[in-house]
Design a protein around this ligand. Structure first.
Ligand SMILES: [Zn+2]
Length: 76
């Protein structure tokens, strides 16, 4: 596991051990998000899912969560 520069907290810290998704988004998270900020997003995501009653299997809900994740983790 190597340190990465996290775009959320702007610190050089240990990143994830593997991409959380098998796609480009997963690679972006792997390259730019530290473990701590990823855990923060996991909690935030649960909160959003409860608040808006989101179903991750629903395409519209899932792209809403993707957009929120990009904002939250500053992946742009
Ligand atoms: Zn971070």
């Amino acid at each position: 596991m190597s340190d990465i520069l996290c775009s959320k907290c702007n610190e050089t810290k240990p990143g994830l051990t593997e991409a959380p998704f098998p796609n480009e988004m997963g690679q972006a998270v792997l390259a730019k998000t530290c473990e701590d900020c990823w855990q923060a997003w996991v909690g935030q995501q649960l909160m959003l899912m409860n608040e808006y009653r989101l179903d991750p299997m629903d395409d519209e809900h899932s792209s809403f969560l993707d957009r929120e994740m990009i904002k939250f983790l500053c992946l742009h």
